[in-house]
Design a protein around this ligand. Structure first.
Ligand code: GLN
Length: 447
């Protein structure tokens, strides 16, 4: 039934880049047998799922939204895919995304743009635009996305769904195409906090195949949904409500804080420093790591290979020139620049210092508060093409999300109303490391 739904509504949206009817049916039958034998367990056993196209599913093309990987068919599963299958989930397809997860609108995808189900003249956000749009359009019950600098939270906000970026290291990155390894993290999106909690339980696991993987000391997110927020100390960073924030977003986010207060939480405003430095620090660090990670695409080992090359150098040059899109090239050049010998200290090292200061600022805030609450993005969903020619403007839209990745913290995006045009607005909940339960429970109480 879900595949039929996708077939009827997705041509207008393009949230999916591929669906797997045959393998999904086979998987569903296996799951049914287990259920009949009384073996099925867990709240999402047998529930279909779809994953962002940078997550490997054995034998299924994983393009990462790029021509460079248009024919890449991984011979193995990502660890998160294994987790899903073990939990009885049926993987029905792969979801559209910005090329190599670089972008905020899902407009840089080689597969073609994805549209916002609330208003098809607008973007769904990005880079996990397909993952958010699919949930919003009832083309998936829950989805897996990745968040390097807001890519789960911002599309969740633009599409009016709930999404979580977990604490760095608590979900395996094995089999997930690398963008910026010190920031990348897989998370889940769903209609509500309960779905997101149940699905996050499935993929939260220490994995020996990922060297940055850690055991979550406070798992059992679904069980942890008490709906009780009495005494919860919530900090509102005043600097997240400054210039550039749409007044309608501000109003709805502050109204959500009031609602949590009514439910028994204690809400207080406090100054959060360094906000003007987070976007430059993020783009320096993420591009530096991307330039290194993407050096593996040389036209030789896998993926796209140009035709008619003269020698090995020419093969590299032509394959990378033709295989990567504009935004990816921009980041590779920026990354190589900030890592080059004359500029390393001035940019890359400086950005690392800013990153350390951002972490300290969060540490300080979490000595006083259990959770922070603010906007996810300065605006609601942009018009298609609105910022496409202005990368700096596009990057500034990440101002509230990227610091969470720089500090490795959990961040959740939950719908908190609509603007005057009927477009969804999201609020962001930020927790200390391993504080997912607090965020999910607060969102659940609110919902
Ligand atoms: N807008 C961010 C970027 O373009 C999103 C990255 C992400 O989280 N994958 O880098």
């Amino acid at each position: 039934a879900l595949l039929d739904r996708i077939e009827s509504t997705d041509p207008a949206l393009h949230a999916y880049v591929a669906t797997f009817r045959e393998s999904a049916n086979a998987q569903a039958q296996m799951v049914q047998k287990k259920v009949d034998a009384g073996e099925g367990h867990g709240p999402l056993f047998g529930v279909p799922v779809a994953v962002k196209d940078n997550i490997c599913v054995k034998g299924m093309t994983t393009t990462c939204g790029s021509r460079m990987l248009y024919n890449f068919c991984p011979p193995y599963n990502a660890t998160v895919t294994d987790c899903l299958e073990q939990a009885g989930a049926v993987v029905v397809g792969k979801l559209n995304m910005d090329e190599f997860a670089m972008g905020s609108t899902t407009e840089t995808s080689y597969a073609g743009i994805c549209k916002n189900p609330w208003d098809p003249s607008r973007v769904p956000g990005g880079s996990s635009g397909g993952a958010a749009a699919a949930v919003a359009a009832s083309e998936a019950f829950y989805t897996l996305g990745t968040d390097t600098g807001g890519s789960i939270r911002q599309p969740a906000s633009f599409c009016g769904v709930t999404g979580i970026k977990p604490t760095y290291g608590t979900v395996s990155r094995y089999g997930v195409v690398a963008y910026a390894s010190s920031l990348d993290q897989v998370g889940t999106l769903g209609r509500d906090a309960a779905t997101v909690a149940a699905s996050l339980d499935i993929i939260t696991k220490k994995d020996p195949k990922d060297s940055t993987s850690v055991e979550h000391p406070d798992g059992g997110f679904y069980e942890g949904l008490t709906g009780d927020v009495k005494g919860l100390r919530i900090g509102i960073p005043t600097d997240y409500f400054g210039e550039g924030l749409d007044p309608q977003v501000k109003e709805k986010v502050l109204a959500a804080a009031k609602e949590l207060e009514r439910l028994g939480a204690m809400v207080e405003q406090f100054p959060m420093p360094l906000v003007e430095y987070v976007v430059p620090a993020y783009y320096i660090i993420s591009s530096a790591e991307a330039s290194s990670n993407l050096s593996r695409y040389d036209g030789v080992k896998y993926g796209f290979r140009a035709e008619n090359y003269e020698d090995l150098y020419d093969l590299y040059l032509k394959s990378r020139s033709q295989g990567f899109g504009m935004e990816v090239k921009r980041r590779i050049m920026l990354g190589n620049f900030v890592l080059s010998s004359g500029y390393y200290d001035a940019y890359y090292n400086k950005a690392l210092k800013v990153r350390a200061l951002i972490k300290q600022a969060f540490d300080k805030a979490f000595r006083k508060y259990d959770m922070l609450l603010g906007p996810v993005a300065p605006t609601t969903a942009l018009k298609l093409g609105e910022n496409l020619d202005d990368p700096l403007k596009m990057y500034l839209g990440d101002i509230y999300t990227v610091s969470v990745n720089l500090a490795g913290l959990p961040g959740l995006s939950a719908p908190c109303g609509f603007d005057g045009q009927g477009l969804p607005i999201g609020m962001q909940l930020i927790g200390p490391a391993f504080g997912e339960k607090t965020l999910l429970n607060a969102a659940h109480a609110y919902q």
